[in-house]
Write a protein that binds this ligand. Structure first.
Ligand SMILES: NC(=O)c1ccc[n+]([C@@H]2O[C@H](COP(=O)([O-])OP(=O)(O)OC[C@H]3O[C@@H](n4cnc5c(N)ncnc54)[C@H](O)[C@@H]3O)[C@@H](O)[C@H]2O)c1
Length: 273
């Protein structure tokens, strides 16, 4: 990460979640303000923090949360495949509200928590970079493609600086064979978001949120641009995971999105180029 910027006022949405709490700890004391917003309960505000209740589906609440903010880290979402009526308010309306409220309030930069599931139906035999077209593997993945598109629109039309982070598998340690490719450690997550917050001006960038995994199949040119240098590697768990964990599902193993591709799947794998 660059040097802490003690004038920056940063808002994290979804701050009570797994990634949010890791960022709250990891980014403590780096900025003038960390405003922590969620619908779920949170610990009391510490030094340099504000804790606010905010449903991102409620535009008036989002407008209050973004007031006076320089950079937003937008994590709030249903974080996995789910029913459309659950995804719609949080991931679609909520993400639109965050970008639009940010524009109205003159927020300089928005960092959007996208997902590898925005590109999950690309074949795993071919490594991906940030220029590969969207290929969602779920309704959840569609909501992340939507968020990336809104981010691009606000960068081009309103000169907002936007980073979409296609996060892999955020875990204390990799849990299955696929995560030998897709794992991002807590430490690397803090480094990635810290770099996205602190890097000099950019326009619109997409980055894969992964550690320095030996088996990684996603490449991000923009990592150098923001100075993201991951330090962890899932390979340390490879022997255990390859011997103890079952082989992947025959459909999951063919695509970057893995098990999410299999949910409700009644397609024909051979037709997916
Ligand atoms: N964990 C991963 O491996 C992973 C991978 C790819 C992408 N992501 C994305 O990163 C983000 C954070 O993921 P996480 O693992 O911390 O999930 P999480 O479920 O632990 O945290 C999400 C938080 O968002 C909050 N939230 C949900 N709906 C909300 C609403 N309407 N208004 C305000 N807050 C709301 C929840 O209360 C929760 O605290 C999500 O956008 C997720 O899609 C995570």
């Amino acid at each position: 990460m660059a040097h802490p910027n003690t004038t920056l006022r940063v808002l994290i949405t979804g701050a009570a979640g797994r990634i949010g709490q890791t960022l709250r700890d990891g980014l403590a004391d780096r900025y003038a303000l960390l405003r922590l917003a969620d619908i779920a309960p949170q610990d009391e505000a510490g030094r340099g923090e504000e804790v606010v209740v905010c449903d991102v589906a409620d535009m008036a609440a989002v407008e209050r949360a973004v007031a006076g903010i320089d950079v937003i880290v937008h994590l709030a979402a249903v974080p996995d495949e789910d029913a459309w009526d659950k995804l719609l308010p949080a991931n679609i309306s909520g993400t639109y509200n965050v970008f639009e409220a940010a524009r109205r309030a003159g927020v300089r930069r928005v960092i959007f928590a996208s997902s590898n599931h925005a590109v999950g139906f690309h074949r795993r035999a071919r490594p991906l970079d940030e220029h590969d077209v969207p290929r969602p593997d779920s309704r959840y993945g569609v909501t992340k493609v939507f968020g990336e598109a809104v981010g691009r629109l606000y960068a081009d039309k309103h000169a907002m600086q936007v980073a979409s982070l296609r996060i892999g598998s955020f875990q204390e340690r990799p849990r299955d064979r696929r995560q030998l490719m897709t794992w991002i450690s807590p430490g690397d997550m803090v480094r990635l978001v810290g770099c996205a917050i602190e890097a000099p001006d950019y326009h619109y960038i997409t980055l894969y949120g992964v550690s320095a995994n030996t088996r990684a199949t996603w490449w991000t040119h923009a990592a150098d641009l923001i100075g993201y240098r991951p330090e962890d590697d899932a390979e340390a768990w490879a022997d255990d995971l390859m011997s103890e964990m079952p082989a992947e599902h025959p459909v999951a193993v063919q695509f970057h999105g893995g098990p999410t591709c299999v949910v409700e799947f009644d397609g024909e794998p051979g037709r997916i180029d």
